[in-house]
Ligand binder design. Structure first.
Ligand code: PLP
Length: 435
């Protein structure tokens, strides 16, 4: 009986449309009606479940329409200290004004005729790496293109210790299968020698592949030939060596505690082709860079899949900007590099000034991490602002502030690492942390 009454008490769609007239003035009427129907369905389900409409249909409709109108992808403040945070878009982009109208994307201004989009980021990348370079959507696409273009239908030799999974479905054996290349595994998980590669070379071999085991380390009784040794074997047997470097460090960051292989160093010891991500240690947008011998790069540039994997103009602009800054050694203009290069002393000074504005906050020693699958074993010393109060509630409140603040909890306290917070974000962060 109670349920029947509750069903009857529900207003009709038309009644609600009349009551919600202010909403139909702001949103398409059909959209409002659709949200009303959904809210009424939810109300009926609640009644059937014996929880007679604890639901405020009108408020729900208004909230649903507001959510539809609000951008889903938003800026957040990254106070985690993870520089290349996979969930927060990896390398943060600096101030870049996207070209709003037309551009000379594929137009040669000097000659007044059709050009190629490669000419924008390509020359700066070539200067950085010392070899011709092209770019595709991401490094997964670069690996795919390299395998399909250089070894489709033939064998590629890879060490068992390098058959990695990066996360979100990127596994070397799977991408190999998808590319049409045939995986020839050699060695063991912990030890592989040059002779293992040598013995596996046969009539069907087209490529030797070396993969940087980005996000894990094999320790103990291990062996892995150097890139130079493998390159020498490749030269001896007329086979190119391709190295998937993963994070692809271009600027030397060893002085800042980051010991990642340099892309240029691999090419210098004879690796014929390298690939790496644009949004890891390069500090740019999502992209996959392929660089190396002109003949190989040209072959991949002409492959039909290159067109399917090519960069959008927004990315071309951001990648060109990043590569140009790197050539000019303007490292501080690249946010990820500026963050990595910030010293603990600098961060401590910022943290102390910041903490002074928050009751109960304390500045403590801690570590930042690079993230993005780079340098899993390496951390950067930092100073954290530890907040007083219930950590779980505080973390949630920060996350729901505007802009959202993402922080971590350590020893039952919310801690903020200013390494990954832009200076211009400190006022917003202070407001969120002290409210
Ligand atoms: C990150 C990574 C990839 C995937 O790169 P995306 O740019 O994310 O597609 C591939 N290989 C290695 C070794 C990596 O570290």
């Amino acid at each position: 009986m109670a349920a029947a009454d509750a069903f009857r008490a529900l207003p009709s769609v038309d009644e609600l449309l009349t009551r919600l007239a202010p909403l139909t003035a702001r949103y398409p009427r059909s959209l409002v009606a659709e949200e009303i129907r959904r809210a009424l369905d939810r109300a009926r389900a609640l009644i059937r479940a014996g929880k007679p409409a604890a639901l405020d249909v009108e408020r729900e409709v208004a909230a649903a329409l507001e959510a539809l109108a609000r951008p889903s992808l938003r800026r957040v403040i990254n106070a985690t200290g993870v520089v290349l945070h996979t969930n927060l878009g990896r390398a943060p982009l600096g101030a870049l004004t996207p070209i709003a109208g037309y551009s000379n994307l594929e137009y040669d201004l000097a000659e007044g005729r059709r050009g190629k989009r490669d000419v924008h980021a390509g020359p700066a990348l070539e200067r950085l790496l010392g070899a011709p370079a092209i770019a595709v959507n991401n490094n997964a696409a670069a690996v795919y293109l390299a395998l399909a273009g250089l070894a489709g239908g033939a064998e590629v030799i890879v060490s068992r210790g390098e058959l990695i999974e990066i996360g979100d479905g990127f596994r070397i054996p799977d991408i190999m299968r998808a590319s049409g290349a045939v995986l020839r595994e050699v060695g063991t998980t912990n030890r592989t020698h040059v002779d293992d590669y040598r013995e596996a070379i046969g009539d069907r071999t087209r490529l030797i592949m070396r993969v940087h085991p980005s996000n894990f380390r094999i320790e103990g009784f291990t062996a892995r030939p150097g890139a130079g040794e493998l390159a020498a074997l490749g030269r001896e047997r007329g086979l190119p060596l391709y190295e998937d470097l993963g994070s692809g460090c271009v600027a030397d960051l060893r002085g800042f505690g980051v010991d990642e292989p340099l892309a240029g160093a691999s090419l210098a010891v004879g690796v014929n082709l390298v690939s790496f991500s644009g949004d890891k240690l390069l500090g740019g947008p999502q992209a996959g860079i392929l660089a190396g011998d002109a003949a190989l790069v040209g072959q991949l540039r002409r492959h039909p899949m290159f067109r399917a994997l090519r960069l959008d103009k927004l990315i071309v602009q951001a990648l060109e900007e990043t590569a140009r800054r790197l050539v000019l050694e303007q490292y501080d203009a690249i946010p990820a590099l500026r963050m990595i290069r910030a010293t603990a002393t600098e961060i401590r000074a910022r943290a102390e000034a910041f903490a002074a504005g928050i009751a109960g906050a304390e500045v403590i020693e801690g570590v930042s991490v690079i993230g993005g699958g780079s340098t899993p074993a390496q951390t950067l010393p930092t100073w954290l602002v530890a907040l007083a109060g219930d950590a779980v509630k505080m973390e949630k409140r920060l996350r729901s502030s505007q802009p959202p603040v993402i922080a971590r909890i350590e020893n039952e306290r919310v801690v903020l690492d200013l390494r990954t917070v832009f200076e211009g974000e400190e006022a917003d962060l202070l407001r969120a942390a002290s409210s």
